[in-house]
Design a protein around this ligand. Structure first.
Ligand SMILES: *Cc1c(COP(=O)(O)O)cnc(C)c1O
Length: 398
């Protein structure tokens, strides 16, 4: 007797009839070119793949603003990139200083403990970034091998405004730095070489507007050399940069590469190169500012003070007597727009990463918010919000 198969149900019956506009903290909508690319399967080895990989690395060098040739794609989420970085630089006896602003930057500490490193954390004073002075104090008291910092902490919408100075300080102490640029790369400046960062990683599904489940890591040449020289066994086999180099450097087999993800990344990166980083940063700044201003005009208040507010994910204070889970379901059902809640904070979050930063998408989100909160009895001033949005949309146009 064999177990019978389940009743057949096509994907079409499971997917919503009207596509949902993804305006939360990721994944984000993808351009047509990315969608097309991610439906193609070719061999993971051979001449075609070699050419594509070379192009991905060349374009990634531009996006990371680095000359390093040690750029690897990873078959896994951004957290796999984090895990490759942490596992490569840390082992029992090594010390790491984690600048912990919330969920994502705290993950470094969890992973570092997992590989047996000694972990020290700096926490912010209230809702704030980590300031240079706090790091200076910690480095005066103690010595460390590695320092980790997130450029933008997606969970609470805070930007680490002293990132450049902190990396510089760490470097002057001979400490290696790892930067989580998952929600920020290509949405705001992060010149890896100029700022002297040792490792930067990013996922496909946020600023790059490619697909989830694939990530990119850039390791400086010196740091890769350091990793190559380590004598301790690597904790991970898939996430070993030396083995990754076999595929990404030599075109040889490591594991079967995430073919569709690499093709999707190729298109995501190509569109970034064609737009140009300066223009892309400006689009993100303009769109995110317009979103923030129109939310305030509608009567919302923003969670994060302007001086360290993250533009790529905007945190908004929830209004009284609104259950954010119910609100989010309502927006999906009635407006076909998805936003995010938060882990433990009474806020909602709207993303401004990649394709999210388009005026037509912002308009849909603020209309949806006015409708949704209206259902909970809050009368938001949509008209003023739209007016502010349109002024910004038209500014700079001839
Ligand atoms: C989303 C996010 C992550 C985690 O990304 P996954 O792809 O889910 O692993 C890490 N760091 C930051 C800053 C993020 O925004």
């Amino acid at each position: 007797m064999m177990y019978p198969p389940p009743e057949s149900q096509s994907l079409k019956t499971l997917l919503p009839e009207t596509p949902i506009l993804l305006m939360g903290s990721g994944p984000v909508p993808v351009p047509q070119e990315v969608a097309m690319a991610s439906s193609i399967v070719i061999s993971h080895l051979g001449e075609t793949m070699k050419k594509i990989v070379a192009r991905v690395q060349l374009m990634a060098q531009y996006v990371f603003q680095t000359k390093t040739t040690k750029i690897f794609g990873i078959s896994g989420p951004s957290s796999a990139g984090m895990e490759m970085a942490v596992g490569s630089l840390l082992w029992p006896g090594r010390k790491i200083l984690v600048l912990n602003l919330g969920t994502f930057s705290a993950r470094f500490a969890e992973m570092a403990r997992g590989v047996g490193a000694e972990v020290k954390e700096i926490l912010p004073q209230g809702l704030a970034p980590i300031y240079l002075e706090q790091v200076r104090e910690a480095l005066e008291k103690d010595s460390f091998d590695v320092l980790t910092i997130v450029q933008g902490e997606t969970s609470c919408g805070v930007k680490n405004i002293h990132l450049k100075e902190i990396v510089e300080l760490a470097k002057s102490h001979g400490i290696l730095t790892i930067v989580d640029a998952v929600c920020t790369l290509s949405t705001m400046p992060l010149p890896m070489d100029e700022w002297g960062i040792d490792i930067v990683f990013v996922g496909g599904q946020k600023g790059l507007s490619a697909v989830p489940g694939i990530s990119l890591i850039a390791i400086s040449e010196n740091t890769f050399q350091f990793i190559s020289n380590r004598t301790q066994a690597m904790p991970h086999w898939c996430l070993d940069p030396r083995r990754a180099f076999k595929f990404w450097g030599l075109g040889e087999y490591h594991y079967t590469a995430p073919v569709t993800g690499i093709l999707a990344l190729h298109e995501g990166l190509r569109l970034i190169c064609e737009e140009g980083l300066e223009a892309r940063f400006e689009r993100h700044l303009k769109c995110s500012s317009a979103l923030q201003n129109s939310l305030e005009a509608m009567g919302f208040s923003l969670f994060t003070p302007a001086e360290f507010r993250l533009n790529s994910v905007v945190a908004i204070n929830n209004l009284s007597n609104v259950n954010t889970k119910e609100l989010i379901s309502l927006l999906i059902k009635e407006c076909h727009v998805e936003i995010s809640g938060a882990f433990g904070l009474d806020i909602i979050r709207v993303g401004q990463m990649g394709e999210q930063s388009r005026f037509e998408n912002i308009e849909r989100v603020i209309r949806a918010l006015a409708f949704g909160y209206g259902q909970f009895g809050h009368n938001l001033d949509l008209e003023s919000g739209l007016k502010v949005l349109n002024v910004s949309r038209d500014s700079g146009k001839k």
